[in-house]
Design a protein. Structure first.
Length: 233
């Protein structure tokens, strides 16, 4: 399929410019939150706005060329039942995570496991509510941007596996300076799992649900830990 310049520009923005921006300013965000945790909500809001803008950037060329959204795995949005199911499953998963019975020891292990990213996780109710909202935004937007649009764009120029790598590496690198190498590797592994779900189902529905639940998992247990464990933990 021959793609015009608007697709190339969109791919450069989400595949090169935004990851570069995240690499440059991610360390500053980390330093800001370590020095001033009260800025978490501001960072959550900025993240949501950035992702929504990037999603618009990649969808506009498709709309302008009247290309069916199913080509990037969004065909399900034309069926209200699938859209309702997406939010229903995500909310049920949220409720299950909130209701799970965990000991203080287990929560402490989760805190230790997430030590590298603890600075950005919620500890107060308003932070928690904002991060849950951002979990939905990120789950939807990042899957459209990387597993949907960027993978589709790159697959026009290279075989499937290299296209998967080239679509998911920028996604992972965007986490590097803000949350460290461990989380970057984890983000890449998850991205490949989401990509596998997309290839298996030919739809972004399942990757979006999985992504939302992974992010909500981090928010829920960080907040629950902060309420139960001693402050020095």
């Amino acid at each position: 399929m021959e793609l015009n310049s608007s697709f190339i520009i969109a791919a450069l923005i989400v595949g090169v410019l935004f990851p570069a921006y995240a690499l440059i300013f991610g360390g500053k965000t980390r330093k800001l939150l370590l020095e001033n945790p009260s800025k978490k909500i501001l960072v959550y809001k900025q993240t949501a706005i950035q992702l929504i803008i990037l999603t618009v950037v990649v969808l506009l060329p498709l709309f302008s060329e009247e290309i069916y959204l199913g080509i990037i795995g969004l065909g399900f949005v034309f069926d209200p039942l699938w859209v309702i199911a997406l939010f229903a499953v995500s909310l049920i998963g949220f409720w299950i995570l909130k209701s799970a019975k965990l000991s203080e020891e287990t929560l402490q292990k989760l805190v230790n496991k997430n030590a590298d990213v603890q600075f950005i996780l919620p500890t107060k109710k308003d932070e928690y509510q904002h991060m849950v909202f951002v979990s939905f935004v990120a789950g939807i937007c990042e899957e459209i941007i990387y597993r949907g649009f960027l993978f589709w764009f790159l697959s026009n120029y290279m075989p499937v596996f290299p296209a998967l790598l080239c679509a998911n590496i920028p996604f992972a690198l965007a986490h590097l300076t803000s949350t460290g190498i461990k989380n970057t590797i984890g983000a890449f592994v998850l991205a490949m799992i989401f990509s596998g779900a997309y290839l298996l189902t030919k739809s972004l529905w399942l990757p979006i649900v999985l992504h939302i639940l992974v992010d909500i998992y981090a928010a829920v247990f960080a907040y629950r830990s902060a309420k139960i464990l001693p402050a020095e933990a």
